[in-house]
Design a binder for this molecule. Sequence first.
Ligand SMILES: [Zn+2]
Ligand SMILES: [Zn+2]
Length: 255
Amino acid sequence: MTVLIFFIVLWYASLFSQTFFQHRYGAHGAFTMSKGWERFFFIIAYITQGSSYMSPRAYAIMHRLHHAHTDTELDPHSPSYSSNLFAMMWRTRSFYQDIINGRMVVEDRFAKNVPEWPAFDRFANGAVSRTLWVVAYTAFFIYFASSPWLFLLLPVVIAMGAFHGAVINWFAHKYGYINFKLKNTSMNLLFIDVLMLGESYHNNHHKYPSAINFGRRWHEIDPMYPMIRLLALVNIIDINKPSALLVHAGEKREE
Ligand SMILES: [Zn+2]
Ligand SMILES: [Zn+2]
C-alpha cells in the first residue's frame, strides 16, 4: 500500500512540475513569474522528478521544435517516425542530449525566454544526482514493497518525467477525438482528463499552445486551470501580462 500511495503521489507531483513549469511556463510562456519564484519551481521540479528531472531550458527548446515541426522529421518525438513508444522515447532522448550538450544548432526563436539556471541544471541533470535518486527509489521499494509485483512500477518511477511526456506524445498523436481541424495529428486523448492534469487535451493545446486552460468543451476539465488561477490570485505568477515570448510570437492568448 505504501508503495502504491508513493507511486500515485509521485505521478501527480512530477506531472504538476512538468505541465506547470517546464511545459506551460518554460516552453509556452503562458504566464510570468519572478526570478525568485522561477528558482523555487526549479527546485520543486527537481524534488518531484528526481532521477527523471528535465532541464527546463532543454525541455522548452525541444518542445518548441515539436510545435514548429509536428509530424515531420524535425519533430523530436513523432509516432510517424518511430516504430514503437520506446523507440520514440530513445529518439527524444537523443534530441534532449544534443540540446543539453550544445551539439545542436538551435535557432534563436526556439531559445528565447527559456528558464535558465545552468549551474543547477548541471547538477540536477548529472549522472551522480540521477544515480543517487535511483538508489533511493530502489531502497524505498525494497523496504516497503509488500509484493514483488510492485517492482514493475520501479522503472516507471525512475523514468517518470520521460514516461509522462511519451504517453502524450505517442497516444495523443494516434488516438482520441478532435475539436479543431489542424495540419497535424494531435488529438484529445481523454474526454475527462484526470490522469494527465489537462495535458491529454492535446488537439486543443496544438490549437492554443499558450492558453492557461487546456479544456475547451464543458467536459474537458483541466485541473491545472484553477490551480493557475489560484497561483495568480496569490501573486506567485502573473497571467495578465503576456510574456515577451507571446509578444514575440505575435500570439494572442486564449483562455
Ligand atoms: Zn503534440
Ligand atoms: Zn506544448
